[in-house]
Design a protein around this ligand. Structure first.
Ligand SMILES: *Cc1c(COP(=O)(O)O)cnc(C)c1O
Length: 401
């Protein structure tokens, strides 16, 4: 029976959706309530202020949509751009590819810069385009901060520096779905115009919230942009922000309480500690992969991701079979290889509310599957490499202790 797997708890190591902490689960276990009562606007006001902290912005305006990352993409594009606008977009993996597909279907003139999968955004190519664009026909640069399909993190500050160097006014729109709340993200400092994330990734919530944050320049652009939009229109939200009722339509009450609890956890630990924890887990995972004699899909150290590792398997192994067996035999959920790397990589997600021992459990599961599938592995090699690194580095010390 293919649909049955091992008893006991599921070890969820896909790079989203991720584990939900107990306190967050309990915070969401509530009845519906009237969102027009004074309680929800009061709660929303504080939530919007607190959400700014995860983007590291004081000047940005956040919007919390009942949607997923895909809806947040659409909100970013349709509020700031008009059909036919030229945008430059980097194609480096499945998520950037899907965003580009959306950009084309929304009728923007998409100028795609391609990189091989495993490589980061080609910033030299961007520099050439900016240098040539003295008429400023490029209206926006769209970039995925962390490409979840290949485990590649792009350097956003370099994009800002290039635009400044060429004194180019294009907006920077950033998909931070698998980075925000896990990797350092500085909206104001890096001059990002729209940043967005989804609740089921590093925020460790259920799927269902798309959080978008707009710079003052992006809010200005929304006043004149001509793309059709209704559900995702920032101007509707702004109208209700002004009135103080906040919601143009029904918010998900339970997810708002969940978001409150998730933010409380992040702030108690301290965002910098959260980033440090992800750096340790990422490094430990990469050390295990190296000890197994396997290669990381990420082709250069500068791009390695601390939220997801895409592990390449030898040609005689089908990575989809690794994922299938992991789930069935060990109740371990690993990420599949997507599109161009289907069958060639499996992914270990190490983001969200996660600790050292959980990761070590996952790594020992991976060792068993690799053995099952015929890869010559010496048990304990990856686990030992990861454990000795974790044990030797400063553990997370939550600020509340
Ligand atoms: C998961 C993910 C998305 C898609 O988000 P959905 O919530 O599935 O719509 C977009 N971008 C990145 C980088 C992701 O990891």
């Amino acid at each position: 029976m293919d649909y049955m797997n091992a008893p006991g708890r599921n070890h969820l190591f896909v790079p989203g959706p991720v584990n939900i902490p107990e306190s967050v689960l309990r915070a969401m276990n509530r009845n519906n309530e009237d969102y027009r009562s004074p309680a929800i606007p009061a709660m929303t006001k504080i939530l919007l202020e607190d959400v700014k902290k995860i983007f590291k912005t004081t000047t940005g305006t956040p919007f919390i949509f009942p949607t997923t990352g895909t809806g947040a993409w659409e909100s970013a594009l349709t509020n700031t751009l008009s059909p036919g606008d030229r945008i430059v977009s980097f194609s480096i993996g499945q998520f950037s590819l899907l965003w580009i597909d959306q950009q084309k279907r929304l009728k923007f003139d998409v100028d795609v810069i391609e990189s091989e999968w495993g490589y980061g955004a080609d910033l030299d190519a961007l520099a050439s385009k900016l240098a040539a664009d003295t008429a400023h026909t490029i209206k926006a640069i769209c970039i995925v901060h962390n490409e979840t399909a290949t485990g590649v993190t792009n350097n956003l500050n370099s994009v800002r520096k290039l635009l400044d160097h060429y004194m180019h006014p294009a907006l920077i729109l950033v998909d931070g779905v698998s980075s925000i709340c896990a990797l350092d993200f500085r909206m104001d400092e890096w001059g990002i115009d729209v940043a967005l994330t989804g609740s089921q990734k590093a925020l460790s919530l259920p799927t269902g919230l798309g959080i978008v944050c707009a710079s003052p320049k992006a809010i200005e652009a929304a006043k004149t942009s001509k793309s059709l939009r209704v559900f995702f229109d920032w101007n509707d939200y702004l109208k209700f922000y002004k009135i103080g009722t906040y919601w143009p339509y029904t918010p998900s009450i339970q997810l708002l309480y969940g978001l409150r609890a998730a933010l409380d956890l992040l702030f108690e630990e301290g965002l910098e500690n959260v980033f440090a924890r992800h750096r340790r887990l990422g490094k430990a995972t990469r050390l295990a992969v190296e000890a197994w004699g396997l290669k990381n899909c990420t082709q250069k150290e500068e791009w390695v991701s601390d939220t997801v590792t895409a592990v390449m398997v030898p040609a005689y192994i089908d990575s989809a079979e690794v994922v299938r067996r992991a789930w069935q035999r060990y109740n371990l959920s690993l990420g599949l290889g997507l599109n161009k790397v289907a069958g060639k990589v499996f992914r270990i997600g190490h983001l969200g509310n996660l600790n050292d021992l959980q990761l070590l459990g996952c790594l020992s599961g991976v060792e068993m599957i690799l053995k099952d599938i015929g890869y010559p592995i010496k048990f304990g090699t990856g686990v030992a490499a990861a454990a000795s690194y974790l044990q030797n580095t400063i553990p997370m010390i939550p600020s509340r202790i």
